[in-house]
Ligand binder design. Sequence first.
Ligand code: FNR
Length: 236
Amino acid sequence: MAHAACRTGSPAEKPGGQATPGATRDPRRYSRPESPVGALNLWDDGLHPTEYMTETLTFLGIAGSLREGSLNRAALRAAQGLAPEGVRVEIFDLGGIPLYNQDHEAEPPVRVAELKARVRAADAILLVTPEYNYSIPGVLKNAIDWGSRPYGDSCWQGKPVAVMGASGGPLGTGRAQYHLRQCFVFLDMHPVNKPEVFIAGASQKFDAAGNLTDEHTGKSIQNLLVALAAWTRRLR
Ligand code: FNR
């Protein structure tokens, strides 16, 4: 496993903003730049129109911790500031999502309905997982389970997804991330394979205010976002 390690300086934070319902298919989000030479049609060059696509992709980031000082939530906030050109990272907080109960899946709690709508509106998902007892925290698994039901109405189906995670241990959530990847099989999500971002010894990589201070970690997160953007466009 490759380990993410060191960054100095805190990234500028970008505003998260709200999800735009149905944004994935909104044609206004696609624009081809003006041809630079007046009437000369430089677009008639055999390239697929997507070569010129300047669509902004929306990634929905979900951290599997409710903790105020969560390092995973801090890593997700850092990802907002590290998003490459053409990518916006929004955040959905898992606070307020009750424990899954199949009796209520046909008419789910409000926060669950919100989660599913936000996931559906996003172009791709960024999951930021802590590691609890060598696996995924219940908070995250619970949200995944809600989103996957009722059977046949999963919000996760077909979504591109990337994973990263921060823990105090030396493997930086590697074991939890592989458990999470196992879930993607049944969920029929499309994970980015690499880079793998394991933020080990995480308490050393953020300052007291939760700002990322480790340069290598920042670069790894940015590389992951770039890979997710390329993957999302490729899957279209
Ligand atoms: C942990 N922690 C932990 N760390 C790890 O590397 N491997 C593990 O298996 C576990 N197991 C574990 C279980 C439980 C119940 C807790 C509360 C903690 C430590 C964990 O990685 C650390 O507390 C992180 O900081 C938790 O993530 P947040 O809340 O900071 O995002």
